[in-house]
Design a protein around this ligand. Structure first.
Ligand code: MLT
Length: 199
């Protein structure tokens, strides 16, 4: 997958996953706010929707192509395994920073694989799939940033995602703004505080 890797010095890796129509450059400015000492692995989604990069196909707005979601989730999981060897970073210390479609593929990693992420910052996520049993996530911490007036990622999905992840053992913080789908400085600040409070 097309990506950028920047070597850090504290043993942690931030995995950046952009929103629909974005690319691997979009979320780079967040790393200085969240953890300037971490490695950065920023990935571009392999799916092209009318010129817009995404991490998996969708059938319509908010309706995911489940078969493709599963395939692309495995592709990202395998990519992380490979790159941790190639760039020599600790696979057990990967924290995702994903927005919208990027948050959804990160959520899907957690829905399908144990030990896929140590922590996840999910900005404006949806529930990636329903009707499956999640792996155990006892040691996983998740931050969800959501907007009460988000027309794309409805508020009740953020609540549903939180409870699904909590039922799998994860510790989840849900942070609300009363805004819409945009990524706000306020929620990134809140994610930073959450991240810095992790042991
Ligand atoms: C998705 O397709 O992942 C969600 O609808 C969010 C987005 O528009 O990217």
């Amino acid at each position: 997958m097309k990506h950028i890797f920047q070597e850090g010095r504290n043993g942690r890796t931030l995995l950046l996953l952009h929103g629909t129509g974005g690319n691997e450059n979009d979320l780079l400015p967040l790393t200085d706010m969240i953890d300037p000492d971490a490695n950065v692995l920023s990935v571009r989604g392999n799916v092209n929707e009318n010129g817009m990069p995404r991490f998996f196909r969708r059938i319509a707005e908010g309706v995911f192509d489940e078969e493709d979601l599963i395939k692309r989730t495995k592709e990202l999981y395998d990519f992380l395994e490979d790159k941790s060897k190639e760039y020599n970073f600790n696979r057990d210390e990967v924290y995702s920073v994903g927005y919208s479609n990027g948050a959804n593929i990160a959520g899907s990693l957690l829905y399908h694989y144990q030990d896929s992420l140590k922590g996840a910052m999910l900005f404006h996520p949806m529930v990636p799939r329903r009707g499956i049993h999640l792996p155990n996530h006892e040691d996983v911490s998740v931050f969800i940033g959501a907007g009460q007036n988000d027309p794309i990622c409805p508020a009740d999905e953020a609540e549903e995602l939180k409870s699904m992840l909590e039922n799998s053992g994860a510790t989840v913080e849900l942070f609300w703004t009363n805004l819409g789908h945009q990524l706000t400085r306020e929620e990134v600040e809140a994610a930073k505080e959450w991240y810095q409070g992790l042991s």
